[in-house]
Design a protein around this ligand. Structure first.
Ligand code: AMP
Ligand code: GLY
Length: 425
């Protein structure tokens, strides 16, 4: 089959990379892709949903996979389905789970899914009253999409009120902050759990742990994610079962009853507090950088899962992962990430002569482009992800960091402690 991947990040690169090894897949297109995806397939410069649908029809593309949240929230799946095309992702209605934190929190409450106590408001007075009843730290969230940056964890009441003011005035996040959520701080460890759904059935993928903060020891500002590993030993069968029973099943049932059956991948941001899963948020796509590790662990063809999920036939999908294998991914970011853009810098990757490393690692390219001479340049915030595989987390991590040492660009920075929570167990 021929596949179109929508997006331009490391997540989309990793899906494409997995599909290049997939016996079912012939040709891969990326819209728009990045400076490295053109080595896996063909980049096409179309963004309008109707024009993309026409491209898909004209080129006989069998499956479209949507990577990022923006096109999902803006209804790409509805446009494609109206035209009879096969696409992996949720409808515009279901994508509101990520598009609006207020919508998401209201769903969690309605479907009885455990989540942090909160209020939703557009009034500073109401927010201030509620904040005064809480003990710090206090979490303040902008309602709309903010590329992972719309959450402030305030250390004091004053800071929480300031953050709320900034959001409601439009100063911090524009329209995305015109409604806010104020919620209690949950103290625990985070997991990223992915349920692939076809509107009726679901498959839970091995759980991942991301590292959201910029700096080692989880310090510094929140980012889109600085590295992740899969599977995490911080989940056992009992916890998986609780997540299925208390979270996935009621959510999918509730969405279905509300006329928004979920297809695609439901990304469940879980905080485990005293052994109990509490839901921080839903996203409606694969996590980035979690996807980069997950894709490397598939034993079965990824296309089978994606196609069957998109066509309501997930129960017949072959979904298997490499046995006793772990993947660790370390994000290399550009100098000024996540504050501002950085000067483009040439990327040099040393020839990898070490057989062991060559066979057990890969680079997922994200914020990269080609200059006029064809040189690969680091242009984005998160530039690439070095993924290592191994029979233990330690081995996978060693390989990931060996690969980090082979990649050079000015301003390169990364965390040095990815997977530390698993290793200190
Ligand atoms: P969100 O976009 O809601 O996932 O928030 C981004 C990050 O902020 C999460 O991954 C957590 O690390 C942190 N966070 C969000 N809500 C809370 C909360 N109620 N308690 C503690 N940390 C939180
Ligand atoms: N890695 C977290 C996210 O994709 O939102």
């Amino acid at each position: 089959m021929d596949v179109l991947i929508i997006g331009s990040g490391g997540r989309e690169y990793s899906i494409g990379y997995a599909l290049t090894k997939d016996e079912n897949v012939d040709k891969i297109y990326f819209a728009p892709g990045n400076g490295a995806t053109d080595e896996l397939g063909e980049n096409i410069a179309i963004s309008d949903f109707n024009e993309l649908a026409t491209f898909v029809k004209d080129n006989g593309i069998d499956l479209t996979v949507v990577g990022p949240e923006d096109p999902l929230v803006n209804g790409i799946v509805d446009v494609f389905k109206e035209q009879g095309l096969t696409i992996f992702g949720p409808s515009k209605a279901a994508a509101q789970l990520e598009g609006s934190k207020v919508f998401m929190k209201n769903c969690l409450q309605k479907y009885g899914v455990p989540t942090a106590k909160y209020i939703e408001t557009s009034s500073l007075d109401e927010a201030t009253e509620f904040i005064k009843t809480m003990s710090a730290p206090i979490v303040v969230k902008a309602d709309g999409l903010c590329a992972g940056k719309g959450v402030i964890i305030a250390k004091s009441h004053e800071e929480a009120i300031e953050a709320t003011k900034g959001m409601l005035s439009g100063e911090s996040f524009g329209d995305a902050g015109s409604n806010v959520i104020i919620e209690e701080f949950l103290d625990g460890y985070e997991l990223s759990v992915f349920a692939v759904c076809d509107g009726k059935d679901y498959v839970v993928l091995p759980a991942a742990q991301d590292h959201k903060r910029l700096l080692d020891n989880d310090e510094g500002p929140n980012t889109g994610g600085m590295g992740a590993y899969v599977p995490t030993p911080l989940v056992n069968d009992e916890l998986y079962q609780k997540i299925e029973d208390r979270v996935i099943k009621p959510t999918l049932k509730g969405l279905d009853e509300d006329g928004m059956p979920f297809t695609g991948v439901l990304f469940i941001g879980v905080m485990v507090v005293n052994g109990e899963p509490i839901i921080l948020e839903y996203n409606v796509r694969f996590g980035d950088p979690e996807c980069e590790e997950l894709m490397a662990l598939f034993e079965s063809p990824v296309s089978d899962m994606l196609y069957k999920a998109a066509t309501g036939d997930l129960k017949n999908a072959d979904v298997r992962f490499k046995k006793d294998t772990y993947a660790v991914g370390v994000v290399l970011a550009s100098e000024n990430y996540p504050y501002k853009s950085s000067t483009p810098a040439e990327i040099i990757v040393d020839d990898i002569v070490h057989e062991d490393l060559k066979n057990n690692s890969y680079i997922a390219y994200a914020g990269v482009s080609r200059d006029e001479d064809g040189k690969l340049m680091a242009t984005g915030g998160r530039v690439l992800v070095c993924v290592g595989l191994g029979k233990s987390i330690q081995e996978a991590r060693d390989r990931a960091y060996m690969l980090v040492g082979q990649v050079h660009f000015i301003g390169k920075k990364c965390r040095t402690d990815i997977a530390y929570q698993a290793l200190k167990q």
